[in-house]
Design a protein around this ligand. Structure first.
Ligand code: CMC
Length: 428
């Protein structure tokens, strides 16, 4: 195998180095391309651009492989917890029993938000989208935290990571309580991460919500499955903001905004809205699929398709199995699940979806699990954010401990060529 690629341009030949990753994936290193040739590369949507070298997550979209720090997602999903997986992502290795105990202790220690932050929640109008509250409050939380985040010091950084993970969970639950006009619940240190979140969401004064272990397990797995996904839109955002040496809170707040969009994390909401509309309107699923194929008013089959996975999304497989098991154990029959299954069958046997390699993604069935748990639709993307947080933290840290430069892409300018200012009275 050659370790350079040859580019011929304008009668000259250039040798560009080939970079090889752990799994033998290959890239052309174009770092010196502009200096040598005057050319830049153009790649809309970065679909073919390797923005960095990363040691956190590996994806093979053709073979449906997802691994966190080398561990297959299928194994972690049944053997590990979300907190253990978070530690793995952030620090690179599975924790020992004492490291895990220390990390859990820090999560419990930092679960309260500063009392003054409670007033910030009152400033949001009723029905504010929880993703807007979440992003704003993470930035606000940064004002109450020590700025010293020591990304290259494991011990200090463990405290920063635990602090942020714990507070984001408290903020998320509080934003929900605010959105339904109910008082915020203080966290319970006797409960672990996911159970504590459920308590903060659903306990009422004098009526404690006792989290069902089946529900806790299902939600914990869902968070774990969302924990990282290499250079997706929100993670790239966190990395880009972090590359300017903005602090962890500011970078993660930006990531929340990127995740909010319906083509990214917001798709879990869009799926439930799509299924609910279909159920209420009684539209034939075949007719709906025809509309998708015709792109009537830009309609898409939400929860289908992925930039990287072109065979299946391994997370979707686990989520579907988890969804079936949870609903059965809770004795819930959700008509939206029946609809989703039928819609999937129709789509997967249709040439449009086959040719374009469109399969259910992580968002297709996750909403059904969250509905069964009692999480309202407008909180779905917030749940995604809680899950993705350890990935964002790991990537922010990776950027900060590397010697990478500030992210700053180039462009091909296609606007007007130079022209002179026209005085107001002369403009037509
Ligand atoms: N329904 C109908 N057609 C689709 C869909 C869909 N869900 N997804 C892609 N296509 C078509 C698209 O119209 C295009 O067709 P053509 O080649 O004829 O123009 C082709 O498939 C390629 O699509 P693309 O938009 O160029 O693909 P992309 O890699 O830019 O976008 C995606 C990936 C996930 C944004 C897109 O598949 C999509 O919009 N899916 C629905 C939203 C969704 O479920 N998002 C969650 C993604 S997974 C979790 C996450 O990232 O947060």
């Amino acid at each position: 195998m050659s370790n350079t690629a040859t580019l011929v341009y304008d009668g000259k030949q250039y040798e560009l180095p080939i970079v090889v990753g752990t799994e033998h994936e290959k890239a052309i290193d174009i770092t010196s391309l502009r200096a040598d040739t005057g050319l830049i590369t153009l790649d809309s949507g970065y679909a073919n651009t390797g923005a960095c070298r990363s040691a956190i997550t590996y994806i093979d979209g053709e073979r449906g492989i997802l691994r966190y720090r080398g561990y297959p997602i299928e194994e972690l999903a049944v053997k590990a917890t979300f907190v253990e997986t978070s530690y793995l992502l952030i620090f690179g290795e599975l924790p020992t029993a004492s490291q895990l105990a220390d990390f859990r202790a820090l999560l419990a220690e930092h679960e309260l938000i500063h009392e003054d932050m409670r007033h910030h929640f009152d400033g949001f109008p009723p029905n504010s989208p929880p993703m807007a509250i979440l992003s704003a409050m993470i930035n606000a939380a940064g004002c109450f935290e020590p700025v010293f985040m020591a990304p290259d010091d494991d011990e200090h950084f463990m405290e920063s990571a635990a602090r942020l993970m714990s507070k984001v969970r408290t903020i998320a639950a509080a934003s929900y309580r605010k959105s339904i006009g109910k008082p915020m619940n203080y966290p319970r240190p006797d409960l672990r991460y996911t159970a504590n979140f459920l308590h903060m969401m659903f306990s009422r004064p004098h009526r404690l919500y006792e989290p069902d272990p089946v529900v806790v397990e299902a939600l914990d797995r869902l968070l774990l499955l969302h924990a990282d996904h290499e250079q997706n839109c929100s993670t790239s955002t966190v990395r880009m903001v972090g590359s300017s040496h903005a602090n962890l809170y500011a970078s993660v707040a930006a990531g929340v905004c990127a995740l909010w969009g319906p083509l990214h994390g917001g798709a879990n909401v869009a799926v439930i809205e799509m299924l609910t509309k279909l159920l209420e309107s009684g539209e034939k699923l075949e007719t709906f699929i025809e509309r998708v194929k015709r792109r009537d008013a830009g309609v898409r089959l939400m929860g289908f398709g992925h930039r990287v996975y072109k065979n299946f999304d391994p997370r979707a497989k686990i989520i579907k199995a988890s969804c079936d098991a949870l609903l059965e154990r809770l004795g819930i029959h959700d008509p939206l699940l029946d609809l989703a299954v039928r819609l999937e069958e129709i789509a997967l046997s249709d040439d449009y979806f086959i040719e374009r390699k469109l399969y259910p993604n992580v968002d297709y069935y996750s909403g059904i699990i969250m509905r069964a748990i009692g999480i309202p639709t407008n909180m779905f993307t917030v749940m995604f954010a809680i899950g993705r947080l350890p990935g964002w933290i790991a990537h922010w840290r990776e950027v900060r401990i590397s010697d990478s430069r500030i992210d700053r892409p180039r462009q091909i300018y296609v606007g007007p060529a130079e022209r002179s200012y026209v005085p107001l009275e002369e403009r037509g």
